[in-house]
Design a protein around this ligand. Structure first.
Ligand code: PLP
Length: 338
């Protein structure tokens, strides 16, 4: 029945976890914020939670944590965005672990007897204390975040500053700063890695040393096929005019589904494993493709992301990063775990 389906390949996600674990030698905190980067936080977390290599999950805000608890997630859930006044009760009720990065967060947690982790800003310029040491018996972990993992010199400075901070604490169970790209530093004094993108099979850069399997496939149905003569305009603003008689397919997937408009006239979708060009402007719910020479019919599937092209590849054409493309995926795409 569904016109657009996102398939989560369970085995591939699990392989990626194993590869990251082997490479880093550390258990994972799986980052599933923003609905697991648009893929679906509940199905992703459910398929990860029985893996030994997964120690905890990380989300951005308390509401995301509650959603996972309600779905039956039992492992630790870190809330990266901290805790504001009025939220503290939910942390107790749903057994969430706040990442404290400001004195106001600590104030909100006064007399709240739960484990906390403390974030340090070693060069990200976003969340975290600079170097003040927090004395609090509830602290079970400290973390920091690399801003530019591909800049080795700067990353080493961040790692060194974090090392000095870690020395000030005793008895920590969690010490972490490596994201997907950051795992290449194999930070020796860290206890965990904190990864999102790589779990889903997207390499943070070419020559990434961890072997990853593409784990997400998106396809959508063709809802119209017709032959148009030479000189016929396609889609809003007539940005494409046929140069020859053209068999034009309409795919039930548009920018509202996550296929960014900046891919218009630039990117390709895949029909039976072969590239078919996007013609004209991508519209809210539909995208036109060139099916000239293909036996395509209404009801056939077209591949958008998968073996043939990654989110990272499409994002590059769109002039953005895979994170943005992925978090644009709509909830109206059916999620399926296979
Ligand atoms: C999103 C996020 C991560 C995960 O980054 P990836 O590049 O997806 O691995 C790790 N740590 C923090 C603080 C984050 O916000």
């Amino acid at each position: 029945m569904w016109r657009a389906i996102l398939r989560i390949k369970k085995d591939h996600i699990r392989k990626n976890v194993e590869s990251l674990y082997k490479y880093s030698g550390k258990p994972l905190i799986a980052v599933v914020k923003a609905d697991a980067y648009g893929i679906g936080a509940i199905p992703i977390s459910l398929l990860l939670q029985d893996m030994e290599e997964i120690s905890a999950f990380a989300v951005a805000c308390v509401e995301e944590g509650i959603e996972l608890r309600k779905a039956g997630i039992k492992k630790k859930i870190l809330v990266l965005g901290g805790v504001l006044k009025g939220e503290e009760k939910a942390f107790i009720e749903y057994k969430l672990t706040p990442v404290v990065s400001h004195m106001e967060h600590l104030k909100a947690l006064e007399n709240i007897p739960i484990p906390i982790q403390v974030k340090y800003d070693t060069g990200m310029g976003r969340l975290g204390f600079l170097e003040e040491v927090i004395e609090d018996e509830r602290i079970e972990g400290v973390l920091s975040h690399l801003s530019t993992p591909l800049d080795e010199n700067f990353s080493r400075l961040q790692i060194d500053s974090f090392k000095e901070i870690v020395k000030m604490y005793k008895g920590l169970k969690y010490i972490h700063m490596e994201s997907s790209a950051g795992v290449i530093y194999r930070v020796p004094f860290a206890s965990h890695i904190r990864v999102g993108l790589a779990l889903y099979g997207e390499k943070p850069f070419q020559d990434y040393p961890v072997e990853l399997k593409p784990a997400i496939e998106i396809r959508a149905k063709i809802i119209s096929v017709k032959n148009l003569p030479t000189g016929f305009p396609i889609s809003y603003s007539k940005s494409y005019i046929t140069e020859k008689p053209t068999k034009v397919g309409v795919v039930a997937f548009g920018y509202a589904d996550g296929l960014m408009k900046s891919l218009s006239n630039k990117a390709y979708l895949y029909y039976k494993g072969e590239p078919v060009k996007i013609l004209g402007n991508i519209t809210m719910d539909m995208t036109m493709i060139d099916l000239t020479g293909k036996e395509a019919q209404v009801g056939d599937w077209v591949g958008i992301v998968g073996e043939n092209q990654s989110f990272t590849f499409l994002a590059k054409i769109a002039g953005t990063i895979p994170y943005e493309l992925m978090t644009n995926l709509s909830s109206r795409i059916k999620r399926e775990v296979v």
